[in-house]
Write a protein that binds this ligand. Structure first.
Ligand SMILES: Cc1cc2nc3c(=O)[nH]c(=O)nc-3n(C[C@H](O)[C@H](O)[C@H](O)COP(=O)(O)O)c2cc1C
Length: 102
């Protein structure tokens, strides 16, 4: 089984989680795992993977645009080729952002 762990990270929290997930996956017999920043992922990387594990920080309550861009690129024209793949997602713990009222 080929696993692709991809992530977007500016300040390394998500990158560190990606590294830990990949290290865990590599301990399983028969798993071959590659880790890549999402900006470096090409469609062929996704199509070659049996499992896609994607990590993104929370940006304004959703995934980072860089990660959304990957899903948009993969789905456009390749949707059928992704059938049967296993997907998982992760995100670093979020902070509760408080609205400041005066
Ligand atoms: C543009 C931007 C938007 C963010 N929006 C949120 C948010 O809505 N909620 C939240 O809890 N954290 C938010 N954060 C904080 C990040 O999710 C958090 O710092 C995360 O751990 C950063 O991951 P990284 O270290 O992998 O870059 C935001 C950070 C940035 C840069």
């Amino acid at each position: 089984m080929h696993v692709l762990v991809t992530y977007h990270s500016r300040t390394e929290s998500t990158e560190k989680l990606a590294g830990a997930i990949a290290a865990g996956a590599r301990r399983v017999d028969g798993i071959d795992c590659v880790t890549k920043p999402v900006a470096e992922v090409v469609i062929e990387d996704v199509l070659a993977a049996d499992w896609l594990i994607a990590g993104s920080p929370s940006y304004h309550g959703t995934m980072a645009s860089e990660m959304k861009c990957l899903f948009d690129r993969v789905i456009t024209g390749n949707r059928e080729k992704t059938v049967g793949k296993v997907g998982a997602a992760f995100s670093p713990p979020v902070l509760r952002l408080r609205a400041q009222s005066r």
